[in-house]
Each structure stands twice: as C-alpha cells, then as structure tokens.
Design a protein around this ligand. Structure first.
Ligand SMILES: Cc1cc2nc3c(=O)[nH]c(=O)nc-3n(C[C@H](O)[C@H](O)[C@H](O)COP(=O)(O)O)c2cc1C
Length: 241
C-alpha cells in the first residue's frame, strides 16, 4: 500500500473547507490500508525560497534556511504520492502552498537535461512519484480550477511525477451547511472518500469519481442568493455595532 503525504496549505488548517475535503479523502485512503501522513502548513515555519541555489552547489540537496521545510523534504522522500490540499486563491494555490512548493528545489539537480524535447532538471527523487490535488473554491463554476490544475500538471513534469487526479469542489462553502443539505453533501463526501480509496488501490482517481466530487450541489442562482444574503447579514452586524 502506498505512502501518501498530504500537505495542507489552508490558513484554516484542518478546520476549513480544505480540511473537510481532506478528512474524507484520508478516511477513504486509510480504509483500504494506505499509510497517510498529514502536514498542516499553518502549524509550520517555512520561509520563502532565497533563490541562492546553495542547495545545488554548496550543500547539494539541502537548503541553507534552517526551518521546518527540511523535515517536509524527508517526508517527500518517504512518500509514493504527494497530495497538495489548498484553497483556491486568486485562481491558484495559496501562498503557503506555493512557498512549500518553491522550497522543494533541493529535490532537483542543477544540470539541464532534454526530456520530451524540453529543458528539465534531473530529480534526486529516484522513484515513480505520484501527485494529486485537493481544492475547494468559493465561486460556483468548476472552470475556476483550470489555471490551478494546469499549473499542477506542469509542476508534475518538472517533478518527474505522474499527475493522478484531483478532488475539486466548486461552491465549496456549501459543505459547511450539512444540516440543510444532508443527502447532497453526504453524496459529495462519499465520492471524496472513493477518490482516497481509488488512488490508494489503483494509483489514480477515475474520471467518474472526479466528476461525482465536483457535481453541482445547488443551482447557481440559489447559491448566489444565499451568498449575498450571508454577506449582507455580516455587513449589517458591523453597522449595528
Ligand atoms: C485570498 C482569497 C482568494 C480567493 N480567490 C478565489 C478565487 O479566485 N476563486 C474562487 O472561486 N474562490 C476564491 N476564494 C475562496 C476560497 O477558495 C474558499 O474560501 C476556500 O476554498 C476556503 O477554504 P479554507 O476554508 O480551507 O480556507 C478566495 C479566498 C481568499 C481568502
């Protein structure tokens, strides 16, 4: 059974929307025997990359910044599957997630090689590494994830890793209202559990399960209405003070 490392880059850690999706994914993975390690970046100290390339020259494979990233690179080496769990921020990953990703540069070697007629770096990770993505977003449409998915697929080429699928939940704040829509939300989270099972058993998430995870839960017009009522109420609470 694979070793799965999940790196959560939500400022809310395990408590937010990303955390709800991640919890169901982990339940599925663990239920079929995968070994799962979860890292919450909101509990870690990781500074941005200095761009000094010392990790390629002076201390090959090691970063000069002494913080929590060293431990995360060891976990990366342990993992067969790396899962990034990030809220969608401005059409991409959160800054916390990107900082972690930038600081994986020590996993590459400095030389350029040609791979599929494209410049790449050789990897120090000498195994068939797999990658998956978990993300939720506020807007209603699934296409909000296009740039993030594209970015992750490009990253996989640089990591010499295989992109194995994703859990993408549009209008994700609906997941916080499980008492109002118990059946719909259970259906969605059951599909997320299935995604965790599939990647553990078969090394990838099927198109069918990805579609089930992302299926609309409420019509767009009703969702817009509910969101606007919520913000109106929040604003009036402030005005009343
Ligand atoms: C800084 C910021 C940027 C965001 N950008 C987008 C966006 O581009 N598209 C979108 O649909 N939702 C966007 N959202 C909504 C988040 O994706 C949503 O609140 C998130 O999935 C919540 O996850 P969390 O509870 O784990 O933080 C943004 C939220 C914040 C705070």
């Amino acid at each position: 059974m694979p070793n799965i490392l999940i790196v959560n880059g939500s400022p809310h850690g395990g408590k937010g929307i990303t955390g709800i999706l991640q919890k169901a994914f982990v339940e599925g993975a663990v239920s079929v025997g995968a070994h799962v390690d979860e890292v919450f970046l909101n509990k870690k100290k990781i500074s941005p990359c200095l761009g000094c390339f010392n990790c390629w020259i002076k201390t090959p494979g090691k970063c000069v910044i002494k913080d929590d990233q060293a431990g995360l690179l060891e976990k990366c080496a342990w993992s067969d599957i790396l899962v990034l769990a990030t809220p969608l921020y401005v059409d991409g990953m959160s800054a916390q997630t990107k900082t972690f990703v930038d600081r994986t540069v020590p996993l590459a070697e400095p030389e350029f090689i040609l791979l599929d007629d494209h410049c790449r770096h050789p990897s120090r990770v000498k195994k068939e590494w797999k990658f998956a993505l978990i993300s939720g977003c506020g807007f209603h449409e699934l296409d909000n994830f296009e740039a993030l998915v594209h970015h992750c697929k490009r990253m996989c080429i640089n990591f010499h890793a295989k992109y194995c699928g994703h859990v993408l939940r549009p209008h994700a704040h609906i997941l916080e209202f499980s008492e109002m829509l118990p059946n719909e939300i259970k259906k969605c989270l059951d599909a997320v559990r299935k995604a965790g099972e599939e990647i553990s058993l078969h090394g990838e998430i099927s198109e069918k399960v990805m579609a089930e995870v992302s299926a609309p839960i409420v019509p767009r017009a009703a969702y817009i209405n509910a969101v606007n009522v919520y913000w109106e109420q929040e604003l009036s609470k402030i005005k009343e003070k």
